[in-house]
Design a protein around this ligand. Structure first.
Ligand SMILES: [Zn+2]
Length: 268
């Protein structure tokens, strides 16, 4: 996200934006290279008109590059103004190491790095601890042996974002779900297994309305069925109360209008 005032931004925020601008810039640069090659080829074939037609796209790519540079300048300046801060990069291959600089002499110009912007400005001891066995010995020569013997806990910002999404999805699912108070599936006698709170509430209303209907028809004839419907409603009520940490009375009052509505619509 663009940063309005670099002086109040955290190192991670600044580096995250610099990383984003870096990706944008690299894309535009690739596009520029590709267009240049095509234009040269077209000119070689005397297809001047086609070559000229590509010029606006060439200009556009150049424009993007200079916009990225422009946006990065105040952020780089802020890094300098603060006397720099710690940064860390992860080499993107299996067993890739964590480095304090992409200029590390154990790496190559072709090495692919992931910028660990979430660690920018963090104590080097913390970075080394998280990196464990993945800490580059050249970049972090003083990393304690006890850290070096531990597996790496480093994740790229992309992995962290995916993890966060997964947690959010699981939480959204849990918010909609219903189980028995002990966490096992909520089984009912007449309606089978109920998985969502939406279904639970609808079923509760239906069970009580139906029990009322059968009671009116003939208590003697439907005794067992009525009991089963009432039991199901009670199971659901207990489950909802456990899920929300509310009393059954409270929930019963809340759902009473739904039961009445169901009764009026379906059975009266
Ligand atoms: Zn290194």
């Amino acid at each position: 996200m663009p940063i309005n005032d670099p002086t109040t931004a955290t190192p991670s925020e600044i580096d995250e934006e610099l990383a984003r601008l870096g990706v944008e810039r690299a894309k535009a640069h690739n596009a520029l290279d590709g267009l240049r090659t095509r234009i040269e080829r077209l000119v070689g074939w005397n297809m001047t008109e086609e070559a000229v037609a590509l010029r606006p796209r060439l200009e556009q790519a150049r424009q993007s590059i200079s916009e990225c540079d422009e946006a990065a300048r105040p952020l780089d300046a802020e890094f300098e103004r603060r006397g720099g801060w710690t940064r860390a990069w992860l080499v993107l291959n299996t067993g890739g190491h964590v480095h304090r600089t992409m200029a590390c002499r154990t790496c190559f110009p072709s090495t692919q790095f992931g910028w660990l912007t979430q660690l920018s400005g963090h104590d080097e001891s913390e970075i080394v601890e998280q990196a464990g066995e993945a800490a580059c010995t050249e970049c972090y020569p003083s990393a304690p042996v006890e850290f070096r013997n531990q597996p790496s806990r480093i994740k790229t910002p992309e992995q962290l974002a995916r993890d966060k999404e997964k947690v959010e999805r699981a939480m959204a699912k849990a918010a909609k779900a219903i189980t028995a108070p002990d966490g096992s599936p909520l089984h009912t006698k007449r309606y089978g297994q109920i998985d969502t709170e939406f279904t639970a509430r609808r079923t509760y209303a239906d069970a009580l309305a139906h029990a009322r209907h059968l009671t009116r028809a003939s208590i003697a004839h439907h005794r067992d069925t009525i009991a089963a419907y009432r039991e199901d409603a009670q199971l659901i009520l207990t489950a909802l109360a456990a899920k929300h940490g509310r009393t059954e009375d409270d929930l019963r009052d809340e759902m009473a209008p739904k039961v009445e509505g169901r009764w009026q619509r379906e059975y009266k």
